[in-house]
Design a protein around this ligand. Structure first.
Ligand code: TXA
Ligand code: MG
Length: 342
């Protein structure tokens, strides 16, 4: 496909900016879109050429499907062929918001969008600029996270400018993302059970207020073994990784400090919780005091560690509960499953 370097225009999230962004999407171009989770690379989900440009801009493997974003419930039955009762209950409770549900797809979703699968993940985002962009474009919008494939997801317009300048038509500035980690992805096992394929802002505890069972897929906390089948293609790929080597350290704070202070690699940093850092003899960054703040700040912290020249980062592990499960999941992947007990 064509594509020399293109000019990337920064747009405000006002009526004029969103109208311009919608025009580009209708024209088959790719636009950086703010959402409450992370920024996405938005394109017309039903236009295979537009979707091909998304894969090219990210450098994403062709078998990893894109999530399709809708602005109202009327769009859902146009895209999917079966809607379980439980999906309607969950949509009622958690849409618009950071929940993606997997359905059997209809033919109007091209195979490039679904990565060759016969299913499609659908999400109704809550960021007002995302909703307005979908409405103005008048089409369902396919949008993966706006990072270069493998790198931490973008949670600010500056991250998007860094990763996507010269690769896409425009970026809408919607401020900082309030959730900070990508949506929870679920599929339906039966009428009262969901399976969590990727943890996110809608927690297992929240899902259990509507579903009788919410199974955590083993791939969320454990490395896949050779040849093991995956339920979500994204589970196969290296993710969220800064250039620096990341090591996730479980254990109490005092032991963490003595362990890290005794290490002798070059350019060691520590990524710890707010209020910590005093007893450490290496440069320190913090990423929030509770799980919500940690989710919001994690990706920006990983990017900043690269900017500061970190070679190796020891990270304090959050409790894998609530939104902390999403933070923990992103961290073990950023660490390539290098987890140590201190
Ligand atoms: O919060 C989010 O979900 C963001 C914003 C932009 O909405 N989007 C996002 O998209 O994180 P992406 O493409 O970076 O991650 C989508 C994940 C991938 O791991 C993919 O494998 C999985 O969802 N996925 C998508 N469609 C699927 C399907 N039909 N079956 C199983 N997994 C699917
Ligand atoms: Mg992603």
């Amino acid at each position: 496909m064509r594509r020399e370097k293109m000019e990337t225009i920064l747009l405000s999230a006002d009526a004029a900016g969103l109208e311009q962004a919608a025009a580009w999407i209708k024209n088959g171009e790719v636009v950086g879109m703010p959402t409450e989770t992370v920024y996405g690379l938005a394109a017309d989900a039903c236009n295979p050429e537009a979707v091909a440009r998304v894969f090219a801009a990210k450098g994403r493997p062709a078998d990893n499907p894109l999530i399709v974003h809708i602005a109202d419930m009327a769009m859902l039955p146009e895209l999917v062929s079966e809607i379980p009762e439980l999906a309607l209950t969950l949509a009622e409770k958690f849409w618009p918001g950071p929940l993606t549900m997997i359905f059997k797809k209809k033919d109007c979703i091209p195979s490039i969008t679904s990565g060759g699968l016969d299913t499609v993940g659908i999400r109704m985002p809550s960021h007002p600029a995302a909703l307005e962009l979908i409405r103005r474009a008048g089409v369902p919008i396919a949008a993966p996270s706006g990072n270069v494939s493998g790198y931490p997801s973008p949670t600010s317009v500056q991250h998007m400018v860094r990763d996507m300048t010269g690769k896409i038509a425009a970026i809408v500035d919607g401020g900082e993302c309030s959730v900070g980690v990508e949506s929870t992805v679920i599929c339906f096992e039966n009428e009262d059970t969901v399976r969590i394929l990727r943890p996110g802002g809608v927690t297992r505890e929240m899902l259990l207020t509507a579903a009788r069972h919410a199974v955590i897929d083993p791939a969320i906390l454990h490395e896949l073994q050779e040849g093991q089948a995956v339920r979500s293609p994204g589970m196969k790929y290296q993710h969220y990784s800064p250039r620096a080597r990341v090591i996730l350290a479980e254990g109490d704070y005092d032991r963490f400090c003595s362990y890290v202070n005794a290490q002798e690699e070059e350019d060691i940093f520590a990524l710890v919780f707010d209020g910590e850092g005093e007893a450490l003899s290496v440069p320190v960054m913090t990423y929030g005091r509770d799980e919500q703040e940690q989710a919001r700040q994690l990706f920006a912290s990983l990017r900043e560690l690269d900017d500061r020249g970190a070679g190796c980062v020891y990270v304090r592990a959050p409790k894998p509960e609530g939104v902390g499960l999403a933070v923990y999941n992103r961290l073990i992947r950023a660490a390539g499953f290098e987890v140590i007990q201190v």
